[in-house]
Design a protein around this ligand. Structure first.
Ligand code: SAH
Length: 396
């Protein structure tokens, strides 16, 4: 079967030969009219040389997503089976996250060479997310592969808001295979049991990417008064409490999130946590006014910058949070500052912390610069896959 050929403009093949998987319209000379959105195409240079194989979607800014750099290697079930096998084996056999109650990101889109497809496993249940039309169209076949390689009790599909518009994708959340997880389904992560709601919780139910950062932060928490700002289901605060924190004040604006966090504290028999429903910005201001002091402040806000344009506004938000956190920290206290905006770099956060230290007349020892857990691997060819940053510093 011959595959339609998408031809690039002259001298535009370089990033794709370097295996960046996103081909934008600006790089493309022609797309054959008969090529159907969602179907396989071969991308060739202006001189007709093979570059890569990909999946087409004229409705998206990313017109072709690339998956294979081997000519004659069709993007069929065998291809996806191999990729999926490799992804699962890394999490289960190497990271040791394959237990019946363990949770991990099994497939991280571009990070696993599977642009547009994410799979999170919460014990025996799996949640798939699609950010590309072509992968969403293949959802039944991908579910078959998961069934074959993993035998989950249930496969649920969730879609991110805004993706429908970006990809021309009409997809309803819902059960694709097997059964729904029971309401009280729990997973275990780094020594803590969490209730997870896969159908209604934030993201796909739990922030798996912070697994190692929670443990890293907890190392400094023993004997401290901890403030966990933007706590969601309690991750950082619970881990700190488990590590021997004196007390934990966990703050979130969402009532369902706090409910979950409260239940999680109970499940783990941790009694020294207090939960506050508030806007973090306002709450931190109040705590500063009250002259409260903490031995550790954790900031894990949602994504402030969704686009490059939003960076200045986002940086103002991070600056405000950091300034307030520094005011709340006792001498020798620890700041844990996370940022999941991909367009804001580690260097930008370093610089921000240096500036807020000056403006609050504090001194900072930077102890650790961390990223996302390794079940969210970064594809060096696609720097956009590196999104999570976590700085741990000591403040004097
Ligand atoms: N730290 C969490 C993940 C945080 S996700 C963990 O380890 O799992 C970000 C959280 O910030 C969400 O729960 C969201 O409800 C909350 N949030 C967003 N804006 C907020 C605000 N202005 N004030 C308080 N919480 C906010």
């Amino acid at each position: 079967m011959t595959v339609p050929r998408v031809q690039l403009r002259p001298k535009r093949e370089k990033p794709f030969l370097a295996r960046h998987p996103w081909v934008f319209a600006g790089a493309i000379e022609t797309i054959p009219e008969h090529a159907v959105d969602g179907s396989e195409v071969e991308v060739v240079s202006a001189t007709g040389q093979f570059v890569a194989r990909g999946l087409l979607n004229r409705r998206s800014k990313i017109q072709v997503r690339l998956y294979s750099w081997t000519p004659e290697r069709p993007l069929d079930d065998d291809f996806f089976r191999e990729k999926l096998k490799q992804a699962i084996s890394f999490r289960h056999d190497i990271l040791g996250l394959g237990g019946k109650r363990q949770a991990c990101r099994l497939v991280f889109s571009e990070g696993d060479g599977l642009s547009g497809w994410t799979v999170d496993r919460f014990g025996e249940f799996v949640v798939m997310q699609f950010t590309s039309l072509a992968m969403a169209q293949r959802r039944e076949r991908l579910a078959d592969l998961l069934q074959e390689l993993l035998q989950p009790r249930g496969i649920y599909v969730r879609t991110e808001r805004g993706i429908g518009l970006m990809e021309g994708l009409e997809l309803q959340d819902g059960l694709l295979r097997g059964e729904l997880p029971p309401d009280d389904w729990t997973i275990e992560d780094a020594g803590i049991t969490y209730r997870v709601n896969l159908t209604e919780g934030q993201k796909t139910g739990f922030y798996l990417d912070q697994r190692d950062n929670r443990v890293a932060a907890a190392r400094y928490a023993c004997g401290r008064t901890v403030l966990d700002a933007f706590c969601y289901s309690g991750g950082f605060g619970l881990q700190a409490a488990l590590a021997g924190a004196n007390s934990v004040e966990a703050v979130d604006v969402s009532q369902p999130a706090l409910q979950l966090a409260r239940e999680n504290a109970q499940l783990n028999g941790l009694t020294n946590l207090e939960f506050v429903q508030a806007d973090v910005f306002r709450h931190l201001e109040t705590l500063v006014q009250q002259k409260r002091r903490f031995g550790m402040v954790i900031l894990d806000p949602p994504k402030f910058a969704r686009t490059k344009k939003a960076i200045p506004e986002a940086m103002r938000g991070y600056r405000r949070l950091q300034t307030l956190a520094l005011r709340l920290l006792e001498p020798g206290g620890f700041l844990v500052m996370c940022c999941c905006s991909g367009s804001i770099s580690m260097e930008m956060l370093d610089e921000l912390l240096a500036q807020t230290a000056v403006s609050t007349k504090r001194e900072v020892q930077l102890l650790q610069r961390l990223g996302q857990a390794p079940d969210h691997p970064i594809a060096l060819a696609c720097p956009e896959t590196a999104y999570l940053k976590c700085l741990i510093g000591r403040i004097f």
